[in-house]
Design a protein. Structure first.
Length: 351
């Protein structure tokens, strides 16, 4: 058995929030370096290059894309007829003839998909047994994870990807709602910190200060405060619960588009419901003036051409910061806790 992936990937599978498949496809096409066909499921997209192109697929799977929750290299696709679903999978894996670090059984983020959760749990035990018998799982030697994705009970994609710490089963993070946080939006910033910020404990710590634009009732402020930061919470609305009158929080009733800090801050976060281009302009203004070094902000995307709008916003930020002589780095993700919006992480590039 080979150490690394011997099987040639044939396609790229991407999971996404149902309804965002066209955005996912547009982004993949933009990065693919080759032409191909798209097949759309509910909550997933399959991209198959017209001609065999392993390097294009490998490059795609390693890219940090915005709309896919998870990307996988597809080695095989099986229709499972009859009661014995295991044998065809085992036969296919014998042909693939590769060791993996782990195996995950997954399904789409739809009602139909969720109805497969108990099947996947039970069937996973049989798969694990077969994997042990064939020595397919070698976590000490290999970092490539096997994914069996069931778009429905009688169909499976046999896929894999290089495992990352930020991967979750089905691409969905299971985050616990802190009991004393004033709003569920707190999970959005928590997910953004876990997914987008490298070594967050060094980048969000005591002694730093932050501005939170559109802070009320305080879910995002809560995440910053719990990491020891002092927060200027800008909102005309009231801060609530544990964030109302907290000693690390200075609540300023002001317009987030007009507020100017007395001193620069390390972090600027922004969750105001506004046109994305206005938010992009605002964030670029703060960075150009040297008033913040890192930012997490939302771009609300109620429009049809979301990917186009995102690119316009990024182009604006990059152009303004280039003009100001500030090299920057932008990463972004359509988080599980995001609905019609994406979350962006901007840093000055030398970080
Ligand atoms: C989605 S909520 C923010 C939720 C917050 N991040 C949390 O975790 O609790 C949006 C907030 O932005 C505020 N907002 C909208 N436009 C604003 C503006 N121009 N200036 C200040 N706050 C604004 C609203 O008052 C509202 O409280």
């Amino acid at each position: 058995m080979s150490d690394i992936v011997a099987a040639t990937p044939k396609a790229l599978l991407a999971y996404c929030r149902p309804g965002f498949e066209p955005d996912c496809a547009e982004e993949i096409a933009d990065h693919a370096m080759c032409d191909g066909e798209f097949e759309r499921g509910d909550g997933w997209i399959l991209f198959t290059p017209h001609e065999k192109n392993v390097s294009a697929l490998n490059s795609l799977v390693n890219k940090q894309l915005i709309f896919p929750r998870q990307t996988l290299l597809v080695h095989d696709r099986l229709t499972l007829v009859g009661k014995d679903r295991l044998t065809p999978i085992v036969t296919s894996l014998k042909v693939i003839n590769t060791a993996f670090s782990d195996v995950w059984l997954e399904y789409p983020d739809t009602n139909e998909g969720k109805s497969l959760s108990s099947f996947c749990r039970k069937f996973g035990d049989y798969v694990a047994k077969a994997a042990a018998e064939n020595e397919w799982l070698q976590p000490q030697r290999v970092r490539n994870r096997l994914h069996l994705f069931f778009p429905q009970q009688n169909e499976v994609f046999i896929a894999s990807r290089p495992a990352r710490d930020t991967d979750w089963v089905n691409g969905i993070p299971r985050l616990r709602m802190p009991v004393d946080a004033p709003s569920r939006s707190t999970l959005k910033l928590l997910e953004a910190i876990l997914v987008l910020v490298d070594k967050p404990e060094s980048k969000l710590r005591e002694g730093m200060s932050a501005v939170d634009l559109g802070a009320a009732p305080g879910g995002w402020t809560y995440q910053l405060v719990s990491r020891g930061l002092k927060v200027f919470a800008i909102d005309n609305g009231p801060m609530k619960g544990s964030m109302d009158g907290h000693h690390q929080v200075k609540h300023i009733r002001d317009d987030g588009f007009k507020f100017k800090p007395k001193n620069p801050v390390e972090w600027l976060v922004c969750d105001m419901v506004e046109q994305p281009i206005r938010v992009a302009e605002l964030i670029a203004k703060w960075f150009s003036a040297g008033n913040a070094r890192r930012s997490i902000f939302n771009l609300k995307l109620p429009m049809k051409k979301r990917y186009l709008e995102v690119n316009k916003c990024f182009a604006l930020i990059e152009a303004k910061l280039e003009k100001a002589g500030i090299p920057c780095k932008i990463t972004a993700k359509h988080l599980y806790h995001d609905r019609e919006e994406i979350t962006v992480y901007l840093t000055v590039a030398k970080d």
